[in-house]
Design a protein around this ligand. Structure first.
Ligand code: AMP
Ligand code: GLY
Length: 440
């Protein structure tokens, strides 16, 4: 079979790599891909991004199945367009993707279906939003309604910050039309986890649990990013909590969508806050896999990803069993100087060649690329081309050992002024340690 993966990040590298290992796959095209996907066996990059061009490519190349990585093409209706053209594609329609593309849609949906989330009020009028802030205590969370590339959420610790956020989004329109509406939300305290499932619209297949690290610097300091590292599974989701999340969040979403006649076939990501009383509340929905969560999740997935996706498309996800590596996986992101505000490009990455040879002969680690391209001398050097550059992902008998393995690999890789967190997985490691002490 010939497959097409849409996107260019670490998530898409991990997806394409995993799909390329399926015995029935002849070739995985990635549009547009990165230097990591360029060098994998049975994977080929195609430098196109517009939906009409992708449709033409899928028809000409007789692509059997397309898998969408990021939210932007989903928001632009790529799934609807491919389906109209008679092409098989995995991902939610534009209408269903509103769970991610409109915070107000998601909040109203959660209210209608009694899904636990922070209380909120929505505003289009800045004056009313300012009044609301004056009458409520901080912290408060201000969110732009639309997609804002990770810049649409401000956790305001005091009222000055809250007023400034309202002005920036609603008055100055610094996020464009994504900020035509906002919500002001109750601040939730707790531990954030990522809960990702596959669904065919009726049946649900939960993937392995994971935890991301959103802040740039160690100990949750610095600006929010797309994610600086992730590990799987997370001990914060016990079997009991897993069952409650399925019961209180995931089933009501799928049932609610069905009741509202919105068909949803694809990955669904619930960003959850686990509060002090061990309750899960929804921070956000994404209508796709997480990046970097996908990298450790794919390294642990033993089942054939193509088989899972085919079952989802055929509405038979209830018929599949999924098998995971019992080891933990942990991915650490190496980011460019200046990320997230102004990442510097064109630095040369050193130390990858030996590791690429090694990773062909082991399933213990994989280096997933994001912002990289091939260039420099003979076009064979790896060059920084974006904010998050690499995600070094390793397996280990525990989160701590996976962490050690990932950081040992990082020692061998360098580029000028790269940024890396040194504490990826620390919450999971501390939590497991405490549980062990409690049990002994
Ligand atoms: P979102 O894109 O809605 O997940 O928000 C981005 C980040 O802002 C989340 O990963 C949280 O760290 C933080 N956040 C969002 N909503 C809340 C909330 N209600 N309380 C506390 N932190 C939040
Ligand atoms: N890692 C967070 C996200 O993919 O949205």
């Amino acid at each position: 079979m010939k497959l097409l993966v849409i996107g260019s990040g670490g998530r898409e590298h991990a997806l394409a790599w995993k799909l390329s290992l399926s015995p029935r796959v002849q070739k995985v095209f990635v549009a547009p891909g990165n230097a990591g996907t360029a060098i994998e066996q049975r994977i080929e990059n195609v430098s196109i991004t517009s939906i009409p061009e992708l449709v033409t490519f899928a028809k000409t190349e007789q692509i059997d199945l397309t898998i969408v990585g990021p939210e932007i093409p989903l928001a632009a209706g790529i799934v609807d367009t491919f389906q109209v053209a008679g092409l098989k594609i995995f991902g939610p329609t534009q209408q269903a993707a509103q769970l991610e593309t409109s915070k107000i849609f998601a909040k109203e949906f959660m209210q209608r279906h009694h899904i636990p989330t922070a209380t909120y009020v929505s505003f289009t009028d800045a004056l009313l939003a300012h009044q609301y802030i004056d009458h409520n205590s901080t912290p408060l969370v201000i969110k732009a309604d639309g997609l804002a590339a990770g810049k649409g959420v401000i956790v305001a610790q005091n009222s000055e910050q809250a007023h400034a956020a309202v002005n920036a989004i609603l008055v100055e329109k610094n996020l464009g039309s994504a900020g035509n509406k906002i919500i002001i939300e109750e601040y939730l305290q707790g531990t954030e986890v990522s809960f990702i499932v596959m669904t065919d619209g009726h049946n649900i297949l939960p993937l392995a649990t994971s935890q991301d690290h959103k802040r740039l610097c160690d100990g949750e300091r610095g600006p929010n990013t797309g994610g600086m590292g992730a590990y799987s599974p997370t001990p914060f989701i016990s079997p009991d909590l897993h069952e409650r999340i399925m019961h209180d969040v995931i089933y009501p979403v799928i049932t609610g969508l069905k009741q509202e006649r919105i068909s949803y076939c694809g990955f669904l990501y619930a960003g959850l806050m686990i509060t002090a009383d061990n309750q899960a509340k929804v921070l956000e929905f994404n209508c796709r896999l997480g990046d970097p969560e996908t990298q450790p999740i794919m390294l642990r997935l033993k089942s054939d990803l193509l088989m899972l996706i085919e079952n989802a498309i055929n509405g038979t996800l209830d018929k599949v069993n999924v098998e995971w590596d019992q080891r933990a996986a942990l991915g650490v992101v190496m980011a460019a100087y200046g990320y997230p505000d102004n990442p510097r490009k064109n630095d040369v990455i050193h130390g990858l060649s030996d590791l690429i040879i090694k990773q062909k002969n082991t399933d213990n680690f994989h280096i997933f690329h994001s912002g990289t391209l091939l260039g420099g001398i003979n076009g064979k050097e790896f060059i920084v081309s974006g904010g998050r550059v690499l995600c070094i992902t390793a397996l280990g008998e525990s989160i701590r050992i996976a962490q050690q393995n990932a950081y040992e690999l990082i020692e061998k890789i360098s580029f000028s002024d790269f940024q890396v967190r040194r504490d990826i997985g620390y919450q999971g490691i501390n939590f497991s340690q405490k549980e062990k002490l409690g049990a002994s």
